[in-house]
Design a protein around this ligand. Sequence first.
Ligand SMILES: NC(=O)c1ccc[n+]([C@@H]2O[C@H](COP(=O)([O-])OP(=O)(O)OC[C@H]3O[C@@H](n4cnc5c(N)ncnc54)[C@H](OP(=O)(O)O)[C@@H]3O)[C@@H](O)[C@H]2O)c1
Length: 261
Amino acid sequence: MSPDPTSAFLDSLFSLEGRLAVVTGASRGIGLAIATTLAQAGADVVGVSHALPEGDSPLRAAVEGAGRTFTPVSADFSDRSAVAALAADLAARPVDILVNNGGTIRRTPAAVHTDDDFDHVMDVNLRSAWVLTREVGRQMIERGHGKIVNTASMLSFQGGITVPGYTSSKSAIAGLTRALANEWAAHGLNVNAVAPGYVATDNTHDLREDPERAASILARIPAGRWAEASDIAGAVLFLSSRASDYVNGAILPVDGGWLAR
Ligand SMILES: NC(=O)c1ccc[n+]([C@@H]2O[C@H](COP(=O)([O-])OP(=O)(O)OC[C@H]3O[C@@H](n4cnc5c(N)ncnc54)[C@H](OP(=O)(O)O)[C@@H]3O)[C@@H](O)[C@H]2O)c1
């Protein structure tokens, strides 16, 4: 029997069979959805988070349930030596896809936003992504291909409210994405970012617990709902696959129309 031409066509664009993907912040929320989707598309997964169990976890169940191999790695992104060690570990593996998704947020008005809050968020959201990308990107350049997907935010485009460190980190992620795309496109690497809108995860727990903020956010979303983590994963699959081979330096909003308003 001849193969289904539609399925062969979709595979040629989106299959990650034989690829090794690293997903940071993979234990829960958006990262868990991304890792699950990449595994379902055929990638083996190295999952990274602050404290990822070696044994059973929802992430392991999702990746192994998709028939792929799973490797858990724990590292505290606010610890620079831990990030350097992680980068060296990852750079020794044949990584095809790096999704820099791990992140945190500290919410306090700018006038009382401490240096510790600012530095912590910048280290976890920006500096770790930079160090991991530089080290993994170097081996991708040697191998002549690679997909790097950073996690931006609406606050890569807007100022936000009472999150000055977070906005600084996510605005810088957009700049870093463009800078690396410029340098590395000629080496066969695609560096892009996904910019989630408002997603129902632990990161936005406090917003959703504040009835006024929650209502004003919902009222501004043309799609009329908050995103689920799974809403973000399809865009990351696109940016991780051959379908995006001519996409370089894009910051792709997945926001229910928030920025279009
Ligand atoms: N939720 C949204 O509305 C939204 C919107 C735009 C952008 N984003 C971005 O999307 C990404 C994922 O967010 P999320 O909503 O899924 O967040 P989440 O549910 O709070 O999950 C955060 C992830 O990052 C990891 N992480 C946190 N601090 C870390 C540290 N110090 N070292 C290493 N890993 C650390 C956590 O690991 P552990 O589980 O081990 O602690 C977890 O895997 C973040 O970059 C976030 O800024 C989120």
